[in-house]
Write a protein that binds this ligand. Structure first.
Ligand code: ATP
Length: 370
């Protein structure tokens, strides 16, 4: 499933140069992106970056100051929320406290004038979908957080929208339930063949659930890509730093050709990268490498000048599934390395404060242009 990679594929939702201003504050800034039919799409960014505002414009609760939103070939400008083939699920769930689960789910259908029998059928179908048949006559305050979340989901899917917009859908759940529910949401989205657009500030959640992620900052999209691409090949410092853990080395490009790039960080560390895009010799750049791509060893490498630096083992954190090492390099920079305990060679017993070497392969990180 990768319609975005097919230049002939038509996007289902097209956001074109959309800007949203509140007074003189720009919440969404000339933003464009495409979302495809049946895609699970995540908008990820820090608080205040404009992701909810974008979602609310898709829903029709806010109008763009300029730009267009096209859904399934139709310009949505002037289409009120209730006439859009789109439904929104809020973090607070917004269930009616005095209504039973059944009535909560039926509410929108009744408003639309659907017949009684048909409503009954649809509600039952929705209850089955979220596995809450036995809870039909309970009120929201007689349910757990996870169950309430499922009622809200059932209610927002009852009208069979083509697109479901979810604003921090799992925000109110504890960690374990959250993780379970992430997989339930993914199954549901796949089985129903719907397009989901989810807003979250939780990167793990976005990585787990989404086909693609748009990383947002200050009202703009910084990178749109699959979770793996975002993690392995961030396109700038912001994304490298925002997603996951990273070590960034700053240096100056000393050589650059078709074989790769060489960069000098300090007198002890030269970085050599194969397959990197050429950069101007003399320019400054960053090198981003994830902790699991750094190897820590007590034995000096064959070539201690290239992709290797020595330092002192600062601390060792045992996390069960993996161990995290902080190494203070000679330059004073502290780097983070990690290794899965199931895969770690046991011939390297580490103790604090001893001298260790940190090494990495020539294809183990990415260059970030300044
Ligand atoms: P969060 O994760 O905290 O919900 P967000 O990325 O979803 O953040 P938005 O809710 O889209 O952020 O808000 C983006 C910016 O626009 C914020 O600085 C917010 O204060 C501002 N904003 C949102 N709605 C309004 C409004 N109605 N009037 C004025 N400013 C607003």
């Amino acid at each position: 499933f990768a319609p975005w990679a097919d230049p002939a594929a038509k996007p289902f939702i097209s956001v074109k140069n959309v800007t949203k201003r509140f007074g003189d504050f720009t919440a969404v800034d000339d933003l464009s992106l495409n979302i495809y039919h049946r895609e699970f799409f995540a908008l990820l960014g820090a608080s205040g970056c404009g992701k909810s505002t974008l979602l609310r414009m898709l829903a029709g609760f806010e109008q763009p100051t300029s730009g267009e939103i096209i859904l399934d070939g139709t310009d949505l400008a002037g289409t009120p929320p209730y006439k859009r083939p789109v439904n929104m699920m809020f973090q607070s769930y917004a269930l009616f406290p005095h209504m039973t689960v059944e009535k909560n789910i039926a509410f929108g259908l009744r408003q639309d004038g659907m017949g009684k029998d048909e409503i009954g059928e649809r509600v039952l179908q929705m209850l089955k979908m979220v596995k809450l048949e036995k809870f039909a006559s309970r009120k929201p305050n007689q349910l757990s957080g996870g169950q309430r979340q499922r009622v809200a989901l059932a209610r927002s899917l009852a009208k069979r929208p083509k697109v479901l917009l979810l604003d921090e859908p799992l925000g109110a759940l504890d960690k374990k339930l959250r993780e379970e529910t992430q997989f339930e949401l993914m199954d549901l989205q796949q089985n129903l063949g719907l397009t989901f657009v989810v807003v979250t500030h939780d990167q793990e959640e976005a990585m787990t659930m989404a086909d693609r992620i748009a990383v947002m900052s200050h009202g703009k999209v910084v990178q749109v890509a699959t979770p793996a691409e975002i993690y392995e090949a961030p396109n700038c410092r912001f994304v490298a730093d925002f997603i996951g853990d990273v070590n960034i080395f700053d240096g100056k490009v000393t050589a650059s050709n078709a074989n790769g790039v060489e960069m000098s960080v300090d007198e002890n560390l030269t970085i050599r990268l194969s397959g990197a895009e050429p950069l101007a010799v003399g320019s400054t750049a960053g090198f981003a490498i994830r902790p699991e791509k750094l190897r820590v060893s007590r034995t000096p490498p064959a070539n201690p000048r290239i992709n290797a630096a020595s330092g002192e083992l600062w601390d060792i954190g045992y996390l069960g599934d993996m161990t995290v090492f902080h190494v203070k390099l000679k330059s004073g920079k502290v780097v983070k390395a990690s290794s899965l305990n199931a895969q770690r060679a046991v011939d390297d017993p580490f103790v604090y404060d001893q001298e260790v070497w940190v090494t990495f392969a020539e294809d183990a990180g990415v260059l970030l242009k300044d």
